[in-house]
Design a protein. Structure first.
Lengths: 163, 295
């Protein structure tokens, strides 16, 4: 049994595909589904470029086989914004120069989005620890940290206004 | 880097998983979080013919408080252990150790049981469990047997588990007396394998005398190294500079680390001594209710 049929929801859309058991989820997303926003770097869980959300948690898609996600829900970077609009976090990455070549960006956006949902008010140190799971060779991380901090500030201002 | 072909099964019950394991024999391998297994499969350092995916066995995903112990299911994610109020309250050592494992993104997927059965000599969960004590429940088609953590680790990446068996749950006793804990590790970068790690769990009486101590070092031997006999010479003592010096001397005598590309044996020996002293001191201070913050 090395070929399986799986049905998986990606960014709200259902995909029904035949997959070989050894096909990595990262390759499934890129090559089978054509969702090339998820990048593949090291393929052993170190660089973080392939990070996606599986059932709402940020995980490495290169360390999961596609066959394992049958019946589950996935969000990739393509699914972050709605109606072609960027999320506030994405806008702040542009604003704060949080990217240059953009290779690491999708993974970091997925991690940071999940992280801020679970920890709405992280310290700089905590942001750095979360980012330790991602390699960026362009920015030196400063812009990335600023973009995340700015998003945290905006979110808390927003929450205050709502109250 | 792509793994070689394999057969894949996703059992829905523990019994079904055990039947598959029995049939697969030496060719079968369980996958849970896969945060260590998939990298080595991608690099083709491992090529199991048959993968048995236990991610659907939700019965093995729990953290339960049970009067004098905490029970943790083998499939519980490391991130769940990290966020658990029960663990925070009763097994502080684990709360302190888990954030050192890999990164947030790998802890979201990696499991508590997976780290134990993988048995990397530098890994945080095996080290902490050795300091806390506890029993591992190991199931096969025939029986469920209980193994004390002291008898579980055999050598590098090798445990007492047979090919037809799987780890199902872990029971960890809760310390009832005044107690303190401490975990610390040194690695090149956050999330890297530890060069040396140290865990200490100890109890003291009403006069602040040590009544029991478990000091464990990781990264210095093929398995977590419990400093045996520490109880004999620390029991009844109040912490002092001379006692800490003795800790350093005994650790120096007991460890026999190896050199590799990351660190020399000499540096690992130095770290072993200093981290042992640091964790004993910090655990003792915690037990006395002093500084909770590590300087």
């Amino acid at each position: 049994m090395s070929v399986h049929e799986i049905e998986v929801t990606i960014n709200g859309k259902k995909y029904k595909e035949q997959v070989e058991s050894r096909l990595l989820l990262s390759d499934f997303l890129r090559e089978t589904c054509g969702l090339t926003g998820t990048h593949v770097g090291c393929e052993h869980g170190v660089c973080g470029a392939c990070t996606i959300h599986l059932n709402g948690s940020a995980v490495r898609s290169c360390l999961i086989f596609a066959v394992q996600v049958d019946g589950q829900e996935i969000t990739t970077v393509e699914g972050l914004g709605e109606d072609g609009q960027l999320t506030p976090l994405q806008k702040n990455f542009i604003e704060c120069h949080g990217l240059q070549c953009g290779f690491c960006t999708p993974g970091i956006l997925m991690s940071a989005t999940d992280y801020l949902q679970k920890n709405p008010n992280p310290s700089v140190q905590e942001i750095k620890e979360m980012l330790s799971g991602h390699l960026c060779r362009c920015t030196g991380y400063v812009g990335i940290i600023e973009a995340i901090q700015k998003t945290v500030e905006e979110n808390s201002n927003h929450a205050r206004v709502e109250r | 880097m792509k793994p070689v072909k394999f057969d894949y099964y996703s059992p829905k019950t523990v019994d079904e998983a055990l039947t598959l394991l029995e049939e697969a024999g030496f060719d079968g391998k369980i996958i849970a979080g896969g945060q260590s297994l998939v990298p080595i499969m991608n690099m083709r350092l491992s090529s199991p013919e048959c993968l048995i995916d236990i991610n659907q066995l939700h019965d093995l995903q729990f953290i339960e408080f049970d009067s004098d112990k905490v029970k943790i299911g083998a499939l519980t994610r490391q991130a769940e252990v990290e966020r658990s109020d029960i663990v925070q309250k009763h097994l502080g050592l684990l709360s302190e150790a888990v954030p050192f494992i890999g990164h947030v993104q790998t802890r979201n997927r990696g499991t508590f049981g997976g780290s134990l059965v993988h048995a990397d000599p530098t890994a945080e969960i095996p080290l902490s469990l050795m300091a806390l004590g506890g029993t591992l429940h190991i199931a096969s088609k025939e029986e469920v047997r209980e193994v004390n953590v002291e008898d579980f680790f055999i050598t590098y990446l090798t445990t007492d588990i047979m090919p037809n068996e799987m780890l199902t749950e872990i029971h960890i006793p809760i310390e009832q007396e005044r107690n303190g804990y401490s975990f610390y590790e040194i690695s090149r970068r956050h999330g890297d394998f530890a060069l040396v790690a140290s865990a200490c769990q100890l109890t003291i009486d009403h006069l602040d005398r040590i009544t029991n101590v478990r000091l464990v070092l990781g990264g210095v031997e093929a398995t977590p190294l419990l400093i045996e006999g520490a109880n004999e010479w620390m029991k009844g003592e109040v912490l002092s500079d001379s006692l800490l010096q003795k800790v350093e001397d005994i650790v120096d005598e007991m460890v026999d680390p190896e050199s590799d590309i990351h660190a020399t044996a000499e540096y690992r020996r130095h770290l072993s001594k200093k981290l042992a002293v640091r964790t004993v001191k910090s655990a003792y201070e915690r037990a006395r209710g002093e500084a909770n913050e590590r300087s």
